[in-house]
Design a protein around this ligand. Sequence first.
Ligand code: SF4
Length: 384
Amino acid sequence: MTSLSLYLHIPFCRHRCAYCDFNTYTSLADLQTAYAASLAAEVQQVAGTERRRAHTLFFGGGTPSLMTPTQLETILTAVHTHFAVTEDAEVTLEANPGTVDLAYLAALRELGINRLSFGVQSAIPGELALLEREHDFAAAVTAVHLARQAGISNINLDLIYGVPGQTLASWGESVCAALALQPTHISLYCLTIEPGTPMKRWLDNGRIPAPDPDLAADQYGLACEQMAAHGYAHYEISNWALPGYACAHNLTYWRNGEYLGLGAGAHGHAAGMRYEVVKQPRVYIRRLQQAEAPGYPLSTAVAAHHALTRQEQMTDTVITQLRLLEEGLDLTTFRQKFGQSLLDVYGRTVAQLLEWGLLALSGDRLRLTPQGWFLSNQVFYRFL
Ligand code: SF4
């Protein structure tokens, strides 16, 4: 039986950061308990009568660490009742430094959460202030130490580069500070200034400078060197891990595997379709009160779904798997899955990208080259 990954979205934050366009809300804390019950109901609806196997659970947000242990327990009890969660399942919760203390982290450990992902973003006070993050770097250091004390040692730290006013040196300092905490995993994201965010307004009215793509590329390059020097494997374009600590949940996405998206605004990919859940938490809660579920993998809260064509499945496979820098795209598996070789389908595109030095073919594996890491969006665009 194939094994699934479950993504559980928690759409609550205390404050909206200046760059954030995620599906999250700052004034709905009073809905948390009802929301947890609705997520539990969605888990039950989606599962139906079959107890499918799940090997990763991921609480993402928003700020999942705003949920009380009791609220998380409601959700996890439903998951364990309706899915066969493997003994060694990776169970991640995203947390903001400054929202956790030792008692809370110990309660998470008791609930079976064995991986934490802290949104650190920067070690530089001015950058954290510009991003409108609520914590300082000292809070991140404390959070990591407390997590270990509570028995959770599998820890990811997120950092952001391409921040207005950030220099190559200040970025290097943040990476260095994160590495000094010896996390098992580090994710580095390039800031995109999204429409509708305060940061976009600041950009438009000249309060902050426009992003400099050349500087962002230099920052990425510097981080690649720093990570390699500390023994972290660069296994995905934006992700590094110590040996044995690649994120199993995200590997499901990058191998174009099946995952269920549960919770307001979540996206899923299962049973040959992609779907998304309604965004508004109040609407989500109301929709979960309807009795007649459409059947696996959809719940009554699904806003839209789309059966994937064979062409879309092939494109998704290429684009997701090329993100895996070591693993790359296995041409034999592609042929077995689609009954056609990759070169029959995308021969001219692949030949061109090989010629430009953005892809490399080694045996039966197609991978991005180091030059391709920097231009990955351009590479993927050509397969669309
Ligand atoms: S903590 Fe994360 S989800 Fe919440 S507002 Fe900030 S960036 Fe958005």
